[in-house]
Design a protein. Sequence first.
Length: 336
Amino acid sequence: MTRFERFLPAVAAVTRRVAMAALLLAVPAAVGAQAPPAPRATVRGAAATFLPPLGLWDGDAHTARLIFVTTPLAPGVEAAARRDGAWPEDGVGPAITLDLTFAAGRYSAALPDLTACALGFHGFRGQPLTLSGSAKDCHVISTGGRLQPAGMLIGLAEGTGSGYDVRLPFTVMFPPAATTAAPATADVTAPPVPLGTVTGTGTFMGQTLTFTHGLAWFTAERLEVALFTHAPSSGILAELRTGSWGEGGPAATLAFEFDRAKSGPAAVTYCYVNLTFPKGGPMSLNVNQASGCGLTTFTGALTPGGTVAAQLSGTAPMRDRQPMAWRLAFHLPIGK
């Protein structure tokens, strides 16, 4: 199994900086200040001013797909586009589409990780115009954000070419992944299994992972859990704490952030589920509430040296919209 870069301590800080940047883009800095200029373009002498863009995240292609329109898309048109993973190019009036493809396996939308782009001009006079290639070819000056369902992307494309001039600032929130999860209403006081026990499965396209062992630890304020289909090696916790590991690693990694003033699933403010299959590799879900990952039990002495007991089950569409399912229960000591 290749090494992951998922458990990077900087992620939380990056996310906070991105959120602040988005806020500064979206809201005047002081009373009486003017809002930032709207996206605009001039193509073959025809000028257009756009609404704030819409965005979707195509996890299979690792691509953010944006559309700038002059009039809102009809609800049915937008819903169909999100379902199909592509924005319409005809019948939407003057519009611009911007596809940004990032290096696979990356969560941060830093400009150096942008591997390809396509900037399309639609509904203007004359033949449709498309620019493609590198960030420079599409006049992309800056990007940043979190590449995942329920993530965010900010940036700016600005430049001039033969017959066109564009300035396209963008701040888009990606919709969360659709899930079918059990409601978080179960009893939160009783551990689902005895201490030191892991049970459950993960499935995807005819493959089944059966979990038997687990480890838990804290990274800053995030509770991390690794689940194995075999007994882990004695030294692997040290590797897990660094955020990367080699052979013999876990087949599932989970993460939880929670409000210590609350209890049970209602305390959970962030939930991450990642399963790694022999065919298809790692697939993950990030949500900002317990119900999104099907968490029905979350209890224990949730401190280093304490314990965590949890139960969760659900499904979510992954590659080619095939469902990944998980049904997990564990009761583990938390490493000091």
